[in-house]
Design a protein around this ligand. Structure first.
Ligand code: FAD
Ligand code: NAP
Length: 492
């Protein structure tokens, strides 16, 4: 029976994993190589190797070798949760930049970037427009003589706050929108999304539009558009070549006298402490069942927690993964057998290699579908229709309101009695920190708009459903389209 669990890493994934082990009556031991977390942890303990024990096929046990202040220790664990994160090794693609070795200025990766003061009055080129590129460029814009931000592809830039100043993720991540998104054709959905994303500012005017055919990406940055507008950050295309002091860009422009180049080109992940072939397999996300369980293990006693990019909070994602993993360890949930998974994933890999299928394993996962999928495996996915019958007020908030983590504590193992109330009062807590100056509520138009906001979405959804289901509507569209498009393209 699984009892002792090694948790490798004490970041958010490790901390959630420890909590989930305790909830399941397991005995977690957390190993953390840095001293960042105080208190009870095993300090500065690096996990050097994790190997299957000789009787692994019967016991599923692991030998975990750790090193603390040059002293090595080995311990046997019934299960392992690898929570070492995926932003550890800087990706520094110098080979993609001809002439970079001639460049005489300072070159660094964003992992080494700590304070903007060192760049005062310098001409800085930031390469790569992910979240880090945006953050670094904005921060430097207040100190540096000039900030050039180079992107090969462009990106969508969203603000943390949505219409009315409400938090974006609470406004956007909702079951009702997820439901509509599943009904609408992807072209229509993309059109709606693009319109929405261009509402705050037109990305084309700011040189941020994504090049046609390139992967869609979104970053969160409140200040970048303003910096571009004010000229404190200058957007540039990809770098073609470096000379000793300058950079030539793909659009033919040249920037001279560059003092510093900061590569904000992201990270790679690896699991140096795992043995082969597990190490190589875990490096390929497509071979991880639901991005958690390596597919080549005869016993599911090792889980990778937190190797996900989600279009929502990573914290809730890793916690749910850990809840699932601990129940799999205990044999309370099952995953498909290794042979089946390996056959499926090998076929998928071949299809990707042949170009028949696209590799989407590095894409950000949609929040609600992924969370629901994992939650369903432990019986914690909220059933909205059942909730509507039992508790309509709660069901309303679950379906039309923000999909917050409490929703996965309403039922099943790990059910929390306070979840209902937490959902019904989540807006009070969200707004509370803003209420430092109480403004008397006097306007009727405000309550009217609240009323409209509350009923608008459901009414719109109901109308959409009716329209979609209406055979009359289908007929009308079909008749209209028949004049414009070849008949075999119409499949309404
Ligand atoms: C620059 C930057 C800014 C970010 N900003 C945000 C943000 O604003 N909001 C947000 O939601 N997310 C942000 N993220 C993402 C967020 O940091 C990660 O999603 C989150 O930290 C992942 O947590 P984790 O526990 O999985 O990994 P980590 O936080 O990386 O923790 C892994 C832990 O494992 C330890 N470890 C690794 N190897 C070993 C070993 N062999 N033995 C023992 N211990 C080991 C490490 O020391 C580390 O403490 C940011 C990421 C970066 C890189
Ligand atoms: N505030 C936040 O929430 C926050 C802040 C920082 C980081 N993070 C998170 O931390 C993680 C890492 O973010 P990150 O921005 O460091 O990395 P990232 O998301 O991987 O982005 C790196 C960028 O570098 C460019 N790039 C990648 N490979 C390249 C190559 N070979 N040559 C040239 N350019 C290349 C790409 O930009 P172009 O296509 O534009 O060239 C790419 O978007 C992400 O999950 C991110 O969400 C979050």
């Amino acid at each position: 029976m699984v009892k002792r669990v090694a948790v490798i890493g004490a970041g958010v994934s490790g901390l959630s994993s420890i909590k989930c082990c305790l909830d399941e009556d397991l005995e977690p031991t957390c190993f953390e190589r840095s001293t960042a977390i105080g208190g009870l942890w095993k300090f500065t303990t690096t996990v050097c190797s994790i190997t299957k024990r000789p009787d692994f096929s019967e016991t599923g046990q692991w030998d975990v070798v750790t090193e603390t202040e040059e002293k090595r220790e080995t311990a046997v664990f019934d299960a392992v949760m690898v929570c070492t994160g995926h932003f550890l090794n800087p990706r520094l693609p110098l080979e993609s930049f001809p002439g970079i070795h001639k460049f005489k200025g300072h070159i660094l990766h964003s992992q080494e970037y700590k304070f903007p003061e060192c760049f005062r009055d310098k001409r800085v080129l930031v390469i790569g427009l992910g979240n880090t590129g945006g953050d670094v460029a904005v921060e430097l814009s207040r100190m540096a003589a000039q900030v050039l931000l180079s992107t090969r592809t462009g990106t969508w830039v969203v603000s943390r706050s949505s219409d009315g100043g409400y938090p974006l993720n609470m406004m956007n991540i909702r079951r009702c929108y997820n439901f509509i998104a599943q009904l609408l054709p992807s072209r229509v959905l993309n059109w709606i999304r693009e319109r929405q994303l261009n509402k705050r500012f037109n990305h084309k005017n700011y040189g941020l539009s994504i090049i046609k055919g390139k992967k869609q990406k979104v970053i969160i940055n409140d200040e970048l558009p303003t910096c571009i507008l004010c000229g404190t950050v200058t957007l540039k295309s990809g770098v073609k070549e470096f000379t000793e002091t300058s950079a030539l860009f793909e659009d033919g422009t040249m920037e001279e006298n560059i003092d510093v180049v900061i590569f904000t080109t992201g990270y790679t992940f690896s699991f140096p402490f795992l043995e082969e072939p597990l190490k190589s397999l875990c490096a390929k996300k497509i071979f991880l069942y639901k991005l958690v369980f390596p597919s080549n293990l005869e016993k599911a006693t090792l889980a990778i927690i937190g190797l996900i990019s989600l279009q929502g909070s990573i914290l809730t994602g890793t916690e749910l993964q850990a809840r699932w993993a601990t129940r799999v360890f205990k044999g309370l949930c099952r995953i498909p057998p290794s042979q089946k998974l390996m056959a499926e994933f090998t076929e998928k890999e071949q299809l990707i290699e042949r170009g028949v299928m696209r590799d989407t394993s590095e894409n950000k996962l949609e929040y609600i579908p992924y969370m629901d999928d994992i939650a369903a495996r432990i019986g914690a996915k909220p059933s909205v229709p059942r909730l509507f019958l039992k508790d309509p007020r709660l069901a309303w908030e679950v379906f039309f309101g923000p999909c917050t983590s409490y929703q996965y504590r309403l039922m099943g193992p790990g059910q929390w009695a306070g979840a209902r109330n937490a959902i019904l009062t989540q807006w009070d807590r969200t707004m509370k920190p803003l209420k430092t100056r109480i403004v008397p509520d006097s306007s009727t138009s405000a309550s009217m708009s609240c009323y409209l906001k509350m009923w608008g979405a459901p009414l719109l959804l109901a109308s959409l459903l009716l329209i979609c289901k209406s055979s009359l509507f289908s007929k009308l569209v079909r008749d209209k389209l028949q004049y414009r498009i070849s008949p075999d393209l119409i499949s309404i």
